[in-house]
Design a protein around this ligand. Structure first.
Ligand code: ZN
Ligand code: MN
Length: 472
C-alpha cells in the first residue's frame, strides 16, 4: 500500500458535448439526423470544406450555448469571435477547425457536485462553441486496422467545449461531474446523451510533482472513472521507479481498460490560431436577458422544490432529479397519490424493476402506476400483487385491470377470509396443538393453509392477526 493518498491527484476535464437537438449543423444547413444514415450522406460543400464555400453561423446554436453557459454560472463575454485552429488530420477536411480561442462565448463559471465530504464547487474555465470533426472508423482496433474510413456526417455538428479548472480530486468526482453535466444539459433540452458520440471527455491528470498526461477518448461515465483510475496507478508506478511522468497525450482503450501513449503533447502555439476571417465578431449581450428568462428549472432547484413541496426524503429527491423524465413521471403520479407514497413506489420499486430490465421510464405509463396504487391503497389488491402487476406490464404489456382479472389478483372479501380461517382451525388440530405447546412455527403453517384456501389473494399479515385472535 502506497503512503500517498488521493489528495495529490489533480484532474481537469475538457468535455465536448454535441448540441444534437438542433435542426442543422453549425455552419451549413445539413441535418443532424445522421445516426442511422449511411456514411457521408449528410454533407455539403461547406462541411466538406470544398474551396469557395463559406460558413453561415447557426443562430440557434449560439442561443443554446448561451443557455448552457448561464446554467453553468458563467459570465457571457461582451464580444465573442471564432478562430481557426490549424492541424492536418483527415477528420478535418478544411485543414483547420473553426473554434474559439481568445474571446470565447463565456468564461468563469462553476458547477457544484456531491463530494465525499459535502458539496464541492468545480470551477469552469470556459464554455466555447466549435464544430465537430468527422469520424474516423477503423476495422478492429486503431493500431491493427489496415485502413481508415472517414465519415463526414458528423463534420460541422455544433459542439460545446466545456473546460474545468483542475479542481477534481478523484476519478469518482470526475464521474459525478460528468453525470451532473449531462443531467443539466438534458434539463435544458439541448442534448440527447443517448446518441453515439454525444459526450466525449478528455482528462488532464497529474500527481503532485509530476507532469500531466492528457487522456483522450473517454466516452462514458464509467469509462471516465476507469481511465482515470488506471492512469493514477500508472503514474504512481512511474514515480515509484524514480522515473519522470512525461507530458503526453494518451488514448483510452475502452475494451482493454488501459491508456496507451499516442504522442507527446502538442503545445498551444503548434495550432497557429488566428481569427476566422469568414465570420464577423459577435456582440450577444443583448440576447442574454431573454435567454435567461427561458431557462427551465434545473436539477438542483427541482430537488430543493421536491423536498419543500412534497416533503419526500433527501434520497428520493436526489434520485428523482437525476433524470428529468423520471422527475416528471413522479410529479404526474404525485398529483393523484400521496407524494411520499408516490416517491417510494417510483424510486424504490419501479426504478429498480426498470434498471433490472435495462429499460427507462418511457417503458411505463404514469396512469398505470396511479391505477395500481389506487387499487392498493383502496385495499383491492395486496402490495405483492401491485409489484406483480408492474412486473407483468414491463414483461408482457397489458393494463392493470386485465392483469388483475387474468391472474385473479383481486383480494378476497373479508367474509371469505374469515370462513377460510375457520375451516383451517377445524382441519388442523395437530398444528394447533403444536402452536399451543409453544411451537411458534406452527402459526406459519396455519397462515399458509389459509393463503392456500384463498389462492394467495388474502393479506398474510391480516390472516396472521385473525388466527392469533381466534387462537387466543
Ligand atoms: Zn453541410
Ligand atoms: Mn475542442
Amino acid at each position: 500500500m502506497s503512503a500517498r493518498t488521493e489528495d495529490d491527484v489533480i484532474i481537469g476535464l475538457e468535455v465536448h458535448v454535441q448540441l444534437n437537438k438542433l435542426h442543422s449543423k453549425l455552419f451549413c444547413s445539413c441535418g443532424l439526423d445522421y445516426h442511422n444514415a449511411p456514411p457521408n450522406t449528410h454533407v455539403c460543400p461547406v462541411c466538406l470544406g470544398l474551396p469557395g464555400s463559406l460558413p453561415v453561423l447557426n443562430k440557434s446554436a449560439v442561443q443554446s450555448a448561451i443557455k448552457v453557459a448561464l446554467a453553468l454560472n458563467c459570465e457571457i463575454l461582451p464580444q465573442t469571435q471564432f478562430y481557426r485552429k490549424n492541424y492536418y488530420y483527415p477528420d478535418l477536411p478544411k485543414g483547420f477547425q473553426i473554434t474559439q480561442y481568445d474571446y470565447p462565448i463565456s468564461s468563469n463559471g462553476y458547477l457544484d457536485i456531491e463530494g465525499d465530504q459535502g458539496i464541492r464547487r468545480i470551477r469552469i474555465n470556459r464554455v466555447h462553441i466549435e464544430e465537430d470533426p468527422g469520424r474516423l472508423v477503423h476495422e478492429g482496433t486503431i493500431d491493427r486496422s489496415k485502413f481508415t474510413l472517414i465519415d463526414y456526417n458528423r463534420a460541422g455538428v455544433p459542439l460545446l467545449e466545456i473546460v474545468t479548472e483542475p479542481d477534481l480530486r478523484s476519478p469518482k468526482e470526475a464521474r459525478r461531474f460528468l453525470n451532473k453535466l449531462r443531467n443539466i444539459l438534458e434539463y435544458l433540452d439541448v442534448f440527447d446523451g443517448d446518441l453515439e458520440g454525444a459526450l466525449r471527455a478528455d482528462a488532464n491528470i497529474s500527481l503532485a510533482g509530476g507532469a500531466r498526461a492528457e487522456v483522450k477518448n473517454i466516452s462514458s461515465y464509467k469509462g471516465a472513472e476507469r481511465a482515470l483510475s488506471f492512469e493514477i496507478v500508472r503514474q504512481r508506478n512511474v514515480l515509484r521507479r524514480g522515473e519522470v511522468v512525461v507530458q503526453e497525450t494518451r488514448h483510452f482503450d475502452e475494451l482493454r481498460g488501459v491508456t496507451v501513449s499516442m504522442r507527446t503533447k502538442e503545445a498551444e502555439h503548434d495550432y497557429r490560431y488566428f481569427p476566422e476571417p469568414d465570420l464577423v465578431p459577435m456582440r450577444i449581450m443583448t440576447w442574454v436577458p431573454d435567454i435567461r428568462e427561458t431557462l427551465p428549472e434545473l436539477p438542483d432547484g427541482q430537488r430543493a422544490r421536491f423536498l419543500e413541496e412534497y416533503g419526500i426524503t433527501e434520497d428520493h429527491a436526489a434520485s428523482l432529479t437525476l433524470d428529468l423524465k423520471l422527475a416528471q413521471f413522479f410529479e404526474d403520479v404525485a398529483r393523484e397519490i400521496d407524494p411520499k407514497i408516490s416517491a417510494s413506489w417510483v424510486v424504490d420499486v419501479l426504478k429498480g424493476e426498470l434498471n433490472y430490465r435495462d429499460l427507462d421510464i418511457d417503458a411505463f405509463k404514469a396512469e398505470d402506476l396511479i391505477e395500481i396504487l389506487k387499487l392498493f391503497l383502496d385495499d383491492v389488491i395486496t402490495e405483492k400483487s401491485a409489484v406483480t402487476i408492474i412486473r407483468t406490464i414491463l414483461d408482457y404489456g397489458g393494463t392493470p385491470a386485465e392483469i388483475i382479472s387474468k391472474k385473479e389478483l383481486a383480494k378476497v372479501k373479508e367474509d371469505v377470509v374469515l370462513s377460510a380461517v375457520d375451516e383451517v382451525l377445524l382441519e388442523c388440530d395437530d398444528a394447533i396443538a403444536d402452536y399451543r405447546r409453544g411451537e411458534k412455527k406452527a402459526l406459519n403453517y396455519l397462515v399458509g393453509q389459509v393463503m392456500k384456501k384463498t389462492r394467495g389473494r388474502a393479506d398474510p399479515q391480516d390472516v396472521r392477526l385473525r388466527l392469533l385472535s381466534k387462537l387466543g
